[in-house]
Design a protein around this ligand. Structure first.
Ligand code: 13P
Ligand code: ZN
Length: 273
């Protein structure tokens, strides 16, 4: 039997958190990631079958009772996750009542899951209803996307269309568009509820002036989603730096050609003026 620290799950979390840090989207303790593991995946290890500590949570997560999540710790720096995974992340199991979690690995200096755990777990609940393969919720602070929430209207349609128009890849990667919620205080159950409600229609929810929440089936896929959005946001920023006047753009016909070629289900409402 092997130890959990040597698992591919910890390895992938270390790679992803370092990638997020190196892209500049997770300064200081900014950002958090949770990855769902199945009971079978967890039980393969010699050091994941004992409860080390129990931590209370302030909202009802009973829909996820018995599920396991590898999650980053509150206040921890992504730049340090690679060197101190057992300190800066933890594997938790949601208790039957849904009001506490058992830590079964990690957080070995007394740490606890991210302060955005309400938004993570509530979003997991909503995305799992749409997709049984749902595994990852990722929160980070991509610079150009955050900047766009100061200069563009806070409308899901406007932001989605603007990002689609910055690169043909965008509509292929997020054909449903992205959701935008109003500015709210981070780390609260209220922002968790609003994020999860918006996740019913989108894999991505933008938190104005703060960052993004993204959902997906794997760490790579979810990272790729954020990467694609931020690439489009960077093209937008660069256009503004070049004077902001666009002489030509990707047209509705071009989007329809992409939809035909890649078999996309487009958000028709966002396609029309
Ligand atoms: P945590 O350190 O609690 O994960 O919070 C970071 C963050 O980005 C809050 O929105
Ligand atoms: Zn944040």
């Amino acid at each position: 039997m092997t130890k959990f620290i040597d698992s591919k799950y910890v390895k992938e979390m270390k790679q992803t958190t370092m990638n997020l840090y190196e892209h500049g989207w997770d300064e200081r303790n900014g950002g958090n990631v949770s990855l769902r593991l199945t009971k079978d995946e967890v039980e393969k290890f010699e050091d994941t079958n004992k409860t080390l500590r129990t931590v209370q949570i302030k909202f009802n997560a009973s829909e996820l009772a018995g599920k396991y999540y590898l999650v980053t710790g509150t206040g921890r720096y992504f730049k340090n996750m690679t060197e101190y995974p057992e300190r800066d992340m933890g594997l938790i199991k949601i208790n039957a009542e849904g009001n506490s979690v058992d830590i079964v690995w990690g957080f070995d200096d007394g740490g606890e899951p991210t302060s955005e755990f309400p938004a993570h777990l509530m979003s997991h609940i909503e995305r799992l209803k749409k997709d049984p393969e749902q595994r990852v919720i990722m929160h980070c602070h991509p610079t150009n996307l955050v900047a766009m929430t100061f200069t563009l209207p806070l409308s899901s349609k406007v932001l989605s269309r603007t990002l689609w128009q910055m690169h043909p890849e965008s509509i292929v990667v997020f054909p449903e568009g992205i959701g935008v919620i109003p500015y709210m205080c981070p780390g609260t159950t209220a922002i968790g509820e609003k994020t999860a409600e918006t996740m019913k229609d989108y894999h991505v929810v933008v938190w104005p002036h703060h960052g993004v929440f993204a959902a997906g089936d794997s760490l790579d896929e979810t990272f790729g989603l954020v990467e694609t959005i931020e690439k489009s946001a960077l093209v937008y920023t660069t256009i503004q730096a070049q004077g902001g006047k666009m002489l030509q753009t990707i047209t509705e016909k071009d989007f329809r050609d992409l939809a035909d070629r890649f078999g996309l289900e487009l958000n028709e409402e966002y396609l029309k003026d």
